[in-house]
Write a protein that binds this ligand. Structure first.
Ligand code: PLP
Length: 219
């Protein structure tokens, strides 16, 4: 299926107006589709699987910014540490430690977002408020010198009730504002996907992750 250029231009206009970053979520899509998007000017791409990401990275131009948005296993950090632009779903101290270690080996700092659990579903990954507070204290105490923790990421419930989703986004935004007063590195709030990005932006998101609207439905 060809990429949806019209939708891309429409979302692009919105994110420019709102000073928001668009991450084009290209998981499961062929590199031809990513190249077509790249040629429209898109540079930020999001992938969920390490192997798929490393394969696509070999093909796309070097100035592509790769976002890892899936659930990252500690033993796979080493495969992306040398080049990844931003890791969105960090949800444990164990993972932060490993990212810090691999970043040091690559002699760089890696940008990360902490994933907060905001949805009703048990299945979605993420920290609860207490775990977030504990990690924030370690960040302040400089436990992870090779990581820049630049903000928060969250996924809303798969609900039909828009007020449920709005409340989840609103509470994530409040948590973001709270930590931003303590952690100067906090600049980024990644929330909003194809089904809910407009609401996410109106509730304070400044980074949206859009897949199916741009690339078509996934199998
Ligand atoms: C797949 C995925 C997206 C994109 O979902 P769409 O509904 O296709 O826009 C965004 N964020 C995460 C974490 C994802 O896994």
């Amino acid at each position: 299926m060809p990429i949806n250029k019209k939708k891309y231009e429409e979302i692009k206009n919105l994110v420019v107006a709102k000073s928001c970053t668009l991450v084009a979520v290209s998981k499961t899509k062929p590199v031809e589709d990513l190249m077509a998007m790249y040629e429209l000017g898109q540079r930020d791409f999001g992938e969920n699987y390490v192997q798929e990401l490393t394969e696509k990275k070999e093909v796309l131009p070097a100035d592509t910014r790769w976002h890892f948005i899936g659930h990252l296993q500690s033993n796979k950090v080493k495969y992306i540490a040398s080049f990844v632009h931003l890791i969105h779903g960090v949800d444990s101290e164990k993972l932060l430690k490993e990212i810090n270690k691999q970043a040091k080996k690559s002699d760089r700092k890696i940008n990360c977002l902490l994933q907060l659990h905001i949805a009703r579903e048990e299945t979605k990954f993420g920290l609860d408020e207490n775990e977030l507070a504990a990690i924030a204290n370690k960040i302040k105490d400089n436990f992870f010198p090779n990581i820049d923790v630049v903000g928060l990421m969250g996924m809303a419930s798969n609900a039909d009730d828009v007020e449920i989703i709005r409340n989840e986004f609103r509470s994530l935004h409040e948590t973001f504002l709270h930590y931003r007063t303590e952690l100067p590195s906090f600049t980024t709030l990644s929330m909003g996907m194809s089904g809910d990005y407009e609401m996410a932006i109106s509730e304070g998101s400044n980074m949206i992750r859009i897949g199916s609207l741009l690339f078509g439905a996934r199998n």
